[in-house]
Design a protein around this ligand. Structure first.
Ligand code: ZN
Length: 339
């Protein structure tokens, strides 16, 4: 963000890189977002280690991290994953409202309502830029700038360094190029969740001592953090409420949007796809199709149609869970653990 004309002029060098970041973001919406770094963990021991450097606020921004509340939970009908509008201040959130009713209802502490509310509560996540110093699991990441998403526990360690509890420690800004400190991220498995208790900051040390050009080159590669709280990151109240009600009433939330999508799902064998294609108009919305199937009596459908409809239903069931379920579970599980 240029705040005056001369900074617009001087920012031209990085403008193209930023545009390319945006393009990358567009292209990665469907798959894993390559702007993010993730800790590699040993499959057997579940232990992971990396050394990273938290980086200063990016160009035109004031804070080196961005906090975002979100809801993420799974019911039989599928996952509900949405950013919580309360992130943006006093905005109402249908899920938080339902939670407070559940939490405060008569007998809520005995009938399990509070457990349900706990499961669905908003979780805090933070975003920042990091330079990967050491990544034994993925050497190719070393020396590169990534976005890093983390939870409350790591943020507590950041805050403890900024504002130490005990007088024997000097307040240190870990995000500072000159006086900051590397972070040794250490993960282990605890009670079924990834746990970061053993992570710690190294002694404060200048990044690239005496070489401000190298620091600047890193700074220019950083990603915007305020982008995570832009309007387009939050759905409006009614849309969130509709999705929420669908998930809690078991109507499913991630059914293929169109029959064509359903056919494309890789769970399909070529034969299944052919049968589906024959019985479902590719332009018909899958949800409309479901309604049609429900109202149609069995004797109206040919055996082939019945079979095809059954296949469509099993697609919907199989695809309710996002592909990256393990990653989501482990990330949000970690935050559940931290809260
Ligand atoms: Zn909420």
């Amino acid at each position: 963000m240029s705040t005056n004309f001369s900074s617009l002029r001087s920012a031209r060098a990085t403008a193209l890189a930023k545009l390319n970041d945006e393009i990358k973001k567009e292209n990665t919406k469907q798959g894993a977002d390559e702007r993010f770094w993730k800790l590699g963990v040993d499959q057997k021991t579940k232990v992971g280690y990396a050394r990273l450097r938290f980086l200063p606020a990016p160009t035109g921004e004031d804070v080196p991290w961005q906090r975002v509340f979100s809801h993420a939970f799974k019911l039989n009908s599928g996952w509900f994953i949405e950013n919580c509008p309360t992130t943006l201040g006093q905005r109402p959130c249908p899920v938080c409202e339902a939670n407070s009713k559940l939490w405060n209802g008569p007998g809520a502490d005995k009938d399990g309502s509070q457990d349900v509310a706990r499961e669905r509560k908003r979780k805090l996540q933070y975003f920042c830029n990091v330079l990967i110093i050491e990544d034994p699991a993925h050497k190719e990441n070393e020396g590169k700038v990534f976005l890093f998403k983390y939870g409350k526990k790591i943020q507590e360690k950041v805050q403890e360094l900024c504002n130490p509890q005990f007088p024997d420690q000097i307040p240190t800004n870990p995000f500072d190029f000159w006086e900051g400190a590397d972070f040794k991220l250490k993960a282990q498995q605890k009670d079924g969740y990834q746990n970061y208790d053993k992570s710690e900051f190294a002694e404060p040390k200048e990044l690239f001592p005496g070489d401000d050009k190298a620091k600047e080159a890193i700074w220019e590669k950083q990603y915007s953090l305020t982008a995570f709280v832009a309007e387009d990151q939050f759905k409006n109240y009614d849309v969130i409420e509709t999705r929420f009600l669908k998930v809690i009433t078991g109507a499913g939330n991630d059914s293929p949007k169109t029959a064509a999508d359903a056919i494309k799902r890789d769970a399909a064998t070529p034969e299944d796809a052919k049968k589906l294609a024959a019985s479902i108009d590719a332009d018909v919305d899958a949800r409309e199709e479901k309604k049609v199937r429900k109202t149609r009596t069995k004797k109206d459908a040919t055996p082939a149609e019945q079979e095809a409809a059954g296949t469509a239903e099993s697609y919907a069931a199989a695809t309710d869970v996002p592909e990256d379920e393990d990653a989501i579970k482990s990330f949000f599980g970690e935050m559940l653990d931290e809260n």
